[in-house]
Design a protein around this ligand. Structure first.
Ligand code: HEM
Length: 408
């Protein structure tokens, strides 16, 4: 039978297979479509990247080569703008996805594997973007790459050798461009692998999915998705056609000059929070330790948070703290975008401290306070429901609230 009767469906019947037969939660949340938008962005990045690679001549006057792509290659300007601005759009979508995972507690059982693979994807994205940024060989491409190389070279014993291996030389030259070009493409396709593993983990989790009200994917979610995609394409078109340089650093409009140091060397905006961490100390080794610890905290989150609750309703303390954490990350990036003077370094240190306090103190403590069955007075006192009802009496969810079964 090709169709089955379905009273929920506006058409009155659904296909017995395919999207119409796939059931998904009725209310998957406002930001649900960002997962698919990330996949669309990745596809656009790969497509424009391949077209750029057809015209980019590695190592031969890179700045001029990119200008030539912009001016003389058919629609080269469009392809480059899509690739250049597309990178920032891709990162915005990826950050929203990570933020959504934090907000809805998707990193908890059974989602740990998906969370880990999502973070691996984000790291690969950063590596891809970092290596790609050197290729046009503007002033900032050159100096921000050199700054990271110096940090890495400070690693005891092996630092210099690692840098020489990565860059193919002691400073940035033609060999470095060839290396970075190769890494750029390798990492980009590494992202595809990580995304596929991420989706595979999602499929495996589907068996453990909560029993919540569901609707057929088609037409409910196809319509929702269509609107999200249309909005996304309109926003991307506005950026690519009217504001292509929004995310570009002004120093990169000049060709790299090893003799002129820019007044403020900063990496691309999406690397700024971690760059700010590296500036907390003068020791290259400690800088690296801080960045690795920053990532390790994100990876360890499923084990740092003892609360089994996923729903928004029962985490009256965690969610305001999480919003505070988002603000701290933005402030960290903001501080990192400023020159390395004592005042800004002080702010780097303050926000880095708050970043780690959130993971090492805030998450475990709030998780304990909000865990059903753990009788901490604070939980009663700060429970939103109790405050609204004017009593500290049991505003707690039942001892074990399965995911998705929380009270509305
Ligand atoms: C999916 C992830 C990708 C990301 C995040 C990414 C990111 C970037 C970035 C940030 C730049 C510098 C843009 C500029 O300021 O001019 C760049 C340049 C470049 N990318 Fe990618 N890229 C990706 C995939 C690819 C792929 C798959 C290829 C080739 C097969 C590629 C080839 C190139 C080339 C040739 C350039 C130099 C030309 C230019 O600067 O416009 N990219 N990429």
């Amino acid at each position: 039978m090709l169709f089955e009767e379905d009273s929920e469906n506006p058409a009155g019947r659904v296909p017995a297979s395919g999207l119409g037969a796939t059931r998904v939660p009725r209310d998957p949340g406002l930001l649900w479509s960002f997962g698919i938008l990330a996949a669309v962005s990745l596809a656009l990045m790969l497509l424009t990247g391949v077209f750029l690679a057809m015209n980019y001549v590695v190592g031969v006057q890179p700045f001029e080569t990119v200008q030539w792509i912009m001016r003389d290659v058919s629609y080269g300007w469009l392809i480059r703008f899509m690739h250049m601005a597309g990178t920032s759009i891709f990162f915005i979508i990826a950050f929203v996805n990570v933020g959504r995972g934090l907000y809805y507690g998707s990193y908890k059982r059974p989602g740990q594997r998906m969370w880990t693979l999502g973070l691996v994807t984000l790291i690969l994205m950063m590596l891809t973007a970092y290596t790609g940024y050197l290729l046009p060989m503007g002033q900032m491409s050159y100096w921000s790459t050199l700054a990271l190389a110096k940090t890495l070279a400070g690693f005891p014993f092996v630092g210099r050798n690692i840098v020489r291996w990565i860059m193919g030389a002691d400073s940035i030259d033609g060999a470095t461009l060839t290396h970075f070009y190769t890494f750029h493409i390798l990492f980009a396709f590494g992202i595809v692998g990580a995304v596929m593993a991420h989706l595979q983990a999602r499929r495996m989790n589907a068996g453990e999915a909560p029993t919540v009200a569901t609707v057929p994917f088609h037409p409910f979610h196809t319509v929702r998705l269509g609107i999200a995609l249309l909005t996304f394409l309109i926003v991307c078109s506005v950026i690519v056609f009217f504001l292509p340089y929004t995310f570009e650093q002004s120093a990169n409009f000049q060709p790299a000059d090893p003799l002129v140091v820019p007044s403020n060397i900063t990496p691309q905006w999406y690397l700024l929070p971690f760059y700010a961490m590296t500036r907390c100390t003068q020791s290259p080794l400690l800088s690296l330790v801080l960045v690795v610890a920053g990532w390790a905290a994100l990876f360890a989150l499923p084990w740092l948070d003892p609360s089994p609750l996923h729903g928004r309703q029962h985490r009256a303390l965690f969610h305001p703290a999480l919003v505070g954490f988002f603000v701290v990350v933005i402030l960290l990036g903001w501080a990192g975008s400023h020159p390395t003077t004592s005042g800004w370094v002080l702010l780097d240190r303050l926000f880095t401290l708050l970043y780690f306090l959130f993971f090492l103190v805030g998450v475990p403590l709030l998780g304990l306070i909000e865990t059903p069955g753990v009788n901490l007075d604070l939980r009663h006192r700060f429970s939103v429901k109790a405050l609204l009802e004017g009593s500290g009496a049991s505003a707690l969810p039942p001892a074990s609230v399965p995911r998705g079964k929380e009270a509305p």
